[in-house]
Write a protein that binds this ligand. Structure first.
Ligand SMILES: NC(=O)c1ccc[n+]([C@@H]2O[C@H](COP(=O)([O-])OP(=O)(O)OC[C@H]3O[C@@H](n4cnc5c(N)ncnc54)[C@H](O)[C@@H]3O)[C@@H](O)[C@H]2O)c1
Ligand SMILES: [Zn+2]
Length: 337
């Protein structure tokens, strides 16, 4: 099979590799769509994300969907031909955190496209059967791949307890902010304001149901008079993270989704006097069933976030288009083309 491999910083090569053999409990999936994530771009550009260093050739891509073509011993819930969305982090199933249901925090997690685990920019991948979630025909291949970032948004809403009647601020309208917007609306939030500095992305937010958009390049968040129950911080910009805490009402909840900087200043006095709750977030757990239902029923539209399709040979173009085109949101690599 062909795989698109990061062989050095800013170097992608197409390699012929053996097709994966399923181990017991695994399915082999012919990959149809893979979304490009910010983390793929970081590994491509910098060869590392914090402590995760690419020191051997690595296949990127972890937002993936495809079709089951083979399975190993003991697989009892899949048939050849099943269309599946891949949940790309497989935990050890046995540690204290896994047993508590917090498998996203498993210290032995094997996550696609995180060194040294190869990702899905290839024609075939193998994965544990429980992490290949069947999807109905109403979910397109691209949408099935994008259930992964959607899961981050759903988990953020869970963490922030966004619900019926909530007033939510989404800070940052990248793919994660935009799926968090749709997740918050699906959870019943009645006011969802989205802030960014990128006008094109704010336009997409408005078209996706945001009740308000704020260009913080024109009006700083602090001056916008926002009084939110929940802030979902999806920019990862330290100053924007601090500013977002000022948009919370007393007793409000902030979920810090955005990452990239080591330290962020917290306005301690405000946190105390207003009893603000601040939570971190690491990926997601148990979100696929809900994500599939929300997309299959039309409550959430992921196809609208797709801004381009690329064949496997064009993986590098897909990884770099965001640096050239501010209107780009979610490029998709289709490994079979
Ligand atoms: N915690 C997790 O498990 C997890 C999972 C996925 C992604 N992330 C992180 O979430 C963040 C968002 O991911 P993404 O793919 O949407 O990234 P992205 O870079 O595409 O989006 C960030 C957005 O923030 C906007 N922005 C910049 N300055 C701003 C400001 N001052 N105020 C408001 N917005 C501003 C940018 O214009 C951009 O649209 C990233 O930091 C990513 O690393 C975290
Ligand atoms: Zn575990």
């Amino acid at each position: 099979m062909r795989a698109s491999v990061l062989t050095a910083t800013r170097t992608i090569e197409i390699e012929e590799r053996p097709e994966p053999e399923p181990r017991p409990g695994e399915v082999v999936v012919r990959v149809s769509s893979v979304g490009v994530c910010g983390s793929d771009i970081h590994y491509y550009r910098d060869g590392r994300i914090g402590p995760f260093v690419v020191d051997a050739p690595l296949v990127l891509g972890h937002e993936a969907a495809g079709e089951v073509v083979a399975f190993g011993d003991g697989v009892d819930r899949h048939a050849v031909g099943d269309r599946v969305s891949l949940e790309p982090g497989v935990p050890d199933f046995t540690c204290r955190l896994c047993l508590e249901g917090k498998y996203n925090l498993c210290p032995n997690m094997r996550f696609f496209a995180t060194p040294p685990i190869d990702g899905a920019f290839s024609e075939y991948v193998a994965i544990h059967q429980a992490f290949a979630h069947p999807v109905p025909d109403a979910v397109s291949d691209d949408a099935a791949a994008l259930l992964e970032p959607l899961s981050v948004g759903l988990w953020a809403c869970r963490k922030g307890a966004a619900g019926p009647g909530s007033r939510v601020l989404i800070n940052g309208a990248g793919p994660i902010g935009l799926v968090s917007l749709q997740a918050a609306l699906a959870f019943g939030a009645t006011e969802v304001v989205v802030a960014d500095v990128n006008k094109q992305r704010l336009d997409v937010a408005a078209a996706s149901g945001a009740t308000g958009t704020l260009n913080v390049g024109d009006t700083p968040l602090e001056d916008a008079g926002i009084d939110a129950d929940v802030v979902l911080e999806c920019s990862g910009v330290p100053e924007a993270t601090t500013a977002a805490l000022y948009a919370l009402r007393p007793g409000g909840r902030a979920v810090l989704v955005g990452s990239g900087s080591h330290d962020v200043a917290l306005p301690l006095m405000r946190l105390q006097v207003h009893e603000l709750q601040v939570s971190g977030l690491f990926r997601y757990a148990n979100t696929w069933p809900m994500a599939i239902e929300l997309v299959a029923s039309g409550r959430i539209d992921l196809d609208r976030l797709v801004t381009g399709h690329y064949g496997l040979e064009q993986t590098e173009e897909a990884l770099t288009v965001g640096m050239r085109d501010p209107a780009s949101i979610k490029p998709i690599v289709s490994p079979q083309t």
